[in-house]
Design a protein around this ligand. Sequence first.
Ligand code: ZN
Length: 142
Amino acid sequence: MRLALDEAGRATKGGDVPVGAVVLSADGSVLATGHNEREATGDPTAHAEVLALRRAATALGEWRLSGCTLVVTLEPCTMCAGALQQSRVDRVVYGARDEKAGAAGSLWDLVRDRRLNHRPEVIEGVLADECARLLTDFFRNR
Ligand SMILES: [Zn+2]
């Protein structure tokens, strides 16, 4: 999560909301990182999680990220929850809850929907205050 927080800090340079993500392989090594780049790239899907998942798949040479863990500073949205589901990651770890748009326990719980055949383990609240503070500070300065 410390690495994800560092990554989140990089997002603001491009004017993006500070959210950072890291994908860890089954042995715990870092496969890929990502931060929000929607403003920087003009790509509506350039969320930290999507970028980190894409890079992890490239690093592994396949789309299946079985055994991997995605760590992100903010609860994933519906798009990212869908991408996490599709990537077959084993575990999702996040910091702050997103009560307005979260899809991993707050507003929806897409990643653990029992109707889906793949449901990663979800661990929330890791360094939650620090992750939330980064966002609060960013929006206060706008
Ligand atoms: Zn998202």
